[in-house]
Design a protein around this ligand. Structure first.
Ligand SMILES: Cc1ncc(COP(=O)(O)O)c(C=O)c1O
Length: 341
């Protein structure tokens, strides 16, 4: 039976071209700053996001933790959407390692606004922790791959600057946001002090994320990366995959979005899944299973070769990616349409 793995866009395998680039990568000791391939990748990331500098880190989690540690820090508060990845899936590193208190704010579609943030800004009083950082997730994974509009980003940027708060974008899927919104990465990132984007999600690389910010910030971030055990040596081998991903795999993200929308339409025509296909704007889709347990629906789908995750009792997630072609997506849509539960 053919298997369609829609559990995540992290399940992809490096393509032959990517593996060739990895095999041929020039390397050096990156802890000494001497790996030319890592340096090239970091320069590319800084340029793409319009920041002065970038740091190659092993994961998105590390790329989020470092700015929380540096821009929020022990005894201070950060404001984050309640379903944010950093507070739901990063092992409480925000408090366990950075010492910060996350204030989790529920926002429709995962999109924070000044109105939602304002009540949570601590007053300047001796018995209050200080609010230091706003974290935005773009695209927002748990909210269904949702995307900030430029107007929403600008409002938050202006709000933060006025209050001297730092802004970090968890852009694990930044280029999905770019693709869906038509706003270039530099314009999105201008509203934030720092941004992390992942190579190992929609971009199809096996490992790695880039934390981007000012030169001074990245110099400090390099120290914290080392403290966390994240200093890598001949990392050019894996950074080469990242360069390949940035050069070849950004443009094609639109296909993943189209495939997700196609599958969403098929799901919406069934009796067992509820969703509005118009809500699907990137490569992540969620549907409700009002009359059945999501876990049972996931099992039924697996029997037809479709792998996915249940998210809560009555919600299932599908994620499209580079290893799912348009033909595969059509097959998934056909299986879903025929499936009776
Ligand atoms: C929105 C978001 N941020 C951060 C991460 C963390 O990335 P990593 O698994 O590389 O630590 C993920 C992982 O799926 C994510 O979806």
């Amino acid at each position: 039976m053919k298997i369609f793995d829609l559990r995540s866009d992290t399940v992809t395998k490096p393509s032959p071209g990517m593996r060739k680039a990895m095999a041929e990568a020039e390397v050096g000791d990156d802890v000494y700053g001497e790996d030319p391939t890592v340096n090239k990748l970091q320069d590319m990331a800084a340029k793409l996001t319009g920041k002065e500098a970038a740091l190659y880190v092993s994961t998105g989690s590390m790329g989020n933790l470092i700015p929380i540690y540096l821009n929020c820090g022990a005894g201070n508060e950060l404001l984050i959407e309640a379903r944010g990845h950093s507070v739901q899936h990063e092992l409480a590193g925000v408090s366990a390692l950075a010492g910060s208190l996350p204030i989790m704010i529920a926002a429709p579609h995962g999109i924070l606004t000044p109105e939602l943030l304002t009540p949570w800004i601590q007053p300047d009083a001796y018995d209050h922790a200080r609010t230091r950082l706003i974290m935005l997730e773009n695209t927002h994974n748990a909210a269904g791959g949702t995307v900030y509009t430029l107007a929403a980003l600008r409002e938050i940027g202006a709000f933060a600057r006025k209050r001297n708060l730092a802004v970090h974008i968890d852009g694990a899927r930044l280029f999905n946001a770019v693709t869906a919104s038509g706003i270039d990465a530099q314009t999105i990132c201008r509203e934030a002090d720092t941004v992390t984007f992942c190579l190992s999600k929609g971009l199809g690389a096996p490992v790695g994320s880039l934390l981007c910010g000012s030169r001074a910030f990245i110099a400090e971030a390099r120290r914290v990366r080392k403290m966390l055990g994240g200093g890598m040596r001949q990392a050019g081998i894996i950074a080469a995959a990242g360069i390949f991903a940035l050069e070849h795999n950004i443009e094609r993200l639109a296909e993943d979005h189209q495939n997700a929308r196609m599958i969403a339409r098929a799901l919406s025509a069934t009796s067992w899944a509820t969703l509005d296909p118009n809500d699907v704007v990137t490569n992540i889709l969620y549907f409700r299973t009002p009359d059945r347990k999501a876990a049972d629906v996931v099992k039924s789908l697996a029997r037809q070769g479709i792998l996915c995750w249940d998210m809560g009792v009555d919600q299932v997630r599908f994620v499209t990616h580079i290893d799912l072609s348009a033909d595969d997506a059509r097959e998934v849509a056909a299986i879903v349409e025929k499936m009776k539960l």
